[in-house]
Design a protein around this ligand. Structure first.
Ligand code: HGY
Ligand code: MN
Ligand code: MN
Length: 417
C-alpha cells in the first residue's frame, strides 16, 4: 500500500489532558491517581454518561448496542466505512487513569480537532468504547469488542454471571446501557487503538512510540479444588484432604512453567479464595485462577497442558476433586501490516523514536483485527507499572501518541484497501 499522508490536524493537548483528569475523578481511588470503575458498576455508568455527553456535545451520532458498546461517529455524505479509534473506559479494581481511557479520549480529541478545523474527509471518523474490556468482574476480557466482532453472541454475553453473583444482562439494564444497535456491529474501514504499553520496554529503552505488531495469546482458567473441611486441631495430617496444600503447589508450579519455558511465556495466579477461610478450619475448597500468555499458540497450548497435568497429579495425591472452567481463551493475533507500516511511517516522519513490539496485554484491537485492518500505537508506561493506581505516562507522550493517532486516522481515510 502506498503510504499516505492525510491532512494533518493539530490536536489540542490541554483539552485531552483535562478530559483524562475529569474522567479519572469518577471512581477515584482516594490518595492515588488511580480509579476503580468495574464493568457495569455505578462508577462505570457515571464514566459512560460523561463520555457520551462529550460525544453528543460534539454533534456525533451516538449508538449503543445490545451489550453496551458505544460508538460515536461523524457523517460524510455518500461515504460509509468509518476509520474508527477505540478502547475501553472500564478499569480493574485497582486501575490507573490511562489504561483504556487514553485511547477513548484521544480518539474523541482527534474527531473534535478535525471538526474544529472543518477538514473535509473522504470517510467518517468514529470513536468507540467497548464494554467490559478488563473481564475482571465478568470473564472473558475484551467481552464487548469480542461480541462486536461476532466472536460471542449477545445472548451468551447477557447471561454471564460475575464473581459477585450478578448477571451482565441485568447490570446492563440497571445502568441503562442495554442498547438496541445491532451487535455484531458495523464493520469499520480500519481500526486503530492508542494505548499505554503497560510494560517496561519503551520506558527502559527511552523510546517514544511502540509500533504494535500483534497481541499474545491469552488463556484464563478457573480451578475449584474440592477437599474436606475439617477441624484444624483434631485432624491428623495423614487424613487430610486439604485444598490449600494443592493450591500452594499449583502456584509454585505455575511460576516454574513460565520460568522454565522462558521466551514470552508468562503465568499468573491472580486470585485465590478459600472456603470457609477460617483460621481453625481445614478448607473445604480453594478457588483460583491461572492466567497464561504466550506470543506462540503451540507454546501456549504446551503451558496449558503442563498446568493441567500437574493439577491432576497434586489433586490425586491429596484426594481432591477438581472442577476446571475456561474463563477466556484467545489465540495470538497479528495486526495488518499495512496499518502497522502506516503508523510507523508517520511516527518516523514526525521524528518520534519507535520500536516494533508485541502486546503483552489483551486489547479490544485484537478483536477488531478479526473484522477489519487494525493496528495499535503504544506510549510508554513509567517503570512499566499498570493495573495499579500508580500507573503513569508523561504528558508529552500522551500528546505525541494522540497526534500520531490523528495523523494515522486521517491518512487511513485516504486509503482504499
Ligand atoms: O487482561 C488483559 O490483558 C487486559 O488488561 N484486559
Ligand atoms: Mn486496556
Ligand atoms: Mn487493563
Amino acid at each position: 500500500m502506498a503510504l499516505l499522508n492525510g491532512p494533518s490536524v493539530p490536536i489540542n493537548g490541554e483539552r485531552l489532558l483535562q478530559r483524562i483528569t475529569e474522567l479519572a475523578e469518577i471512581g477515584k481511588i482516594e490518595g492515588t491517581n488511580g480509579c476503580s470503575r468495574l464493568a457495569f458498576s455505578d462508577a462505570d455508568r457515571e464514566g459512560r454518561d460523561l463520555v457520551v455527553t462529550w460525544m453528543r456535545d460534539l454533534g456525533l451520532t451516538v449508538t449503543i448496542d445490545a451489550v453496551g458498546n458505544v460508538i460515536a461517529s461523524t457523517h460524510v455524505e455518500g461515504a460509509s466505512g468509518a476509520v474508527m479509534a477505540g478502547s475501553h473506559i472500564d478499569t480493574v479494581g485497582t486501575g490507573g487513569r490511562y489504561d483504556g481511557n487514553l485511547g477513548v479520549l484521544a480518539g474523541l480529541e482527534v474527531i473534535e480537532a478535525a471538526i474544529a478545523m472543518g477538514v473535509e474527509l473522504k470517510r467518517p471518523l468514529a470513536i468507540a468504547f467497548f464494554s467490559n474490556e478488563e473481564g475482571s468482574r465478568y470473564p472473558p476480557d475484551m467481552m464487548g469488542s469480542l461480541a462486536y466482532a461476532g466472536g460471542m453472541s449477545v445472548e451468551a454475553v447477557l447471561e454471564v454471571e460475575g464473581k459477585d453473583g450478578t448477571v451482565v444482562g441485568e447490570e446492563l439494564e440497571r445502568i441503562g446501557y442495554r442498547g438496541t444497535a445491532p451487535c455484531p456491529g458495523v464493520v469499520p474501514h480500519a481500526f486503530v487503538e492508542l494505548h499505554i504499553e503497560q510494560g517496561p520496554v519503551l520506558d527502559n529503552e527511552d523510546i517514544q512510540i511502540g509500533i504494535v505488531e500483534g497481541v499474545q495469546g491469552i488463556s484464563w482458567t478457573e480451578l475449584v479444588l474440592v477437599g474436606q473441611s475439617n477441624h484444624a486441631g483434631t485432624t491428623p495430617m495423614s487424613l487430610r484432604k486439604d485444598p490449600m496444600r494443592v493450591a500452594a503447589e499449583v502456584v509454585t508450579a505455575v511460576r516454574s512453567i513460565a520460568t522454565e519455558m522462558g521466551g514470552t511465556q508468562v503465568a499468573t495466579v491472580g486470585s485465590l479464595h478459600l472456603h470457609p477461610n477460617l483460621v481453625n478450619v481445614v478448607p473445604a475448597s480453594a478457588t483460583m485462577t491461572v492466567d497464561l500468555r504466550n506470543t506462540d499458540e503451540a507454546l501456549l497450548q504446551q503451558a496449558e497442558e503442563e498446568l493441567h497435568n500437574c493439577v491432576a497429579v497434586f489433586a490425586k495425591d491429596e484426594g481432591l476433586k477438581v472442577e476446571t472452567r475456561s474463563l477466556a481463551r484467545f489465540e495470538p493475533v497479528e495486526f495488518d501490516s499495512r496499518v502497522v507500516e502506516q503508523i510507523e511511517e508517520l511516527a518516523q516522519q514526525t521524528g518520534l523514536s519507535t520500536k516494533r513490539m508485541p502486546s503483552g496485554a489483551g486489547h479490544d484491537a485484537q478483536m477488531m483485527a478479526r473484522i477489519c485492518p487494525t493496528g495499535m500505537i503504544f506510549v510508554p508506561s513509567l517503570d512499566g507499572i499498570s493495573h495499579n493506581p500508580a500507573e503513569h505516562t508523561d504528558e508529552r507522550d500522551l500528546i505525541a501518541g494522540t497526534q500520531l493517532l490523528s495523523d494515522t486516522m486521517l491518512a487511513l481515510t485516504e486509503v482504499d484497501w
